[in-house]
Write a protein that binds this ligand. Sequence first.
Ligand code: PHE
Length: 339
Amino acid sequence: MKEKLLEILEKAKNEVKSAEVMNQLEDFRIKYLGKKGELTKLLKEMGKLSKEERPVIGKLANEVRSSIEGILEENKKVIKEKEKNARLQSEVIDVTRAGKINKVGHKHPLSLVLDEIKTIFIGMGYKIAEGPEVDTVYHNFDALNSPEDHPSRSLSDTFYITDDILLRCHTSTVQIRTMMNQKPPIKVISPGRCFRSDDIDATHSPMFHQIEGLVIHKDITMRDLKGTLDTFAKRLFGVNTRTKFRPHYFPFTEPSGEVDVSCFKCSGSGCRICKGSGWIEILGCGMVHPSVLEECGIDPEIYSGFAFGMGLDRIAMLKYEIEDIRLFFENDMRFIEQF
Ligand code: PHE
């Protein structure tokens, strides 16, 4: 039996040394020391030994067991070290290699100007309102007091989806939606896309952007309208900007006007940007028509208000001296990154 024990030890030593990966070591442990392993099997035969032999063989068996355990443990360390080195080799990082540059996006000039305009109005206590780009003829025309024969209603000016549904041709739809859903006081701006059946050229695009403004409260007068838009113009174009209110006509405001600002480039002396006039038109505005208030369930005897609408694309073109509106929609990064 002594010889057998030593034989097992010898065999185990050789086999374990040949192990290359962790799993193999575990297999060997089971093979020699496991419940059905070679050593255990041999020890089951101890009963056959004489009284004198038993303690001697027992002691030897224990020594063999701990020797095998020792060998396994030692090899475990060796293999672990080997595996670690192999990993370090394969995961080597060359810190001298040129890095990859991640391209970070750039804000579109329209977003930049919109952010500026939003900041100005939010600073004056306005909230942002939103409305759908596909809307009803009712929200776009009827509720805005637009006469049946108004030219902008024609198929050649507005994109119709059905007889009652269209792509909104201005953000004034949001005036109606806001007044129908909110009680005064109301103080909102609403930026968004609009659509008109215009041929594309340097200053026209069938898709463009407007920013609508609406204020409804008791005792709102033309003075509030003028003060608000004058403050806005000075914040956006510079403190020395002057504003001029010209009479105009919109079905949904009465009185109505258009606002010009003194040219921020030549300060009014006349240049290429203002086409020599010294003034630049930036928006339409007026006092909300009593019929519109009534249509939205607001009593015009108690409440009054003003509204305005400006073209974002046009303002951005003026501010950045961009000569062709099409550049906004071509998504050429060489253009976009200039602002
Ligand atoms: N909706 C008008 C337009 O598109 C602008 C406007 C808005 C005028 C609000 C007055 C009041 O031209």
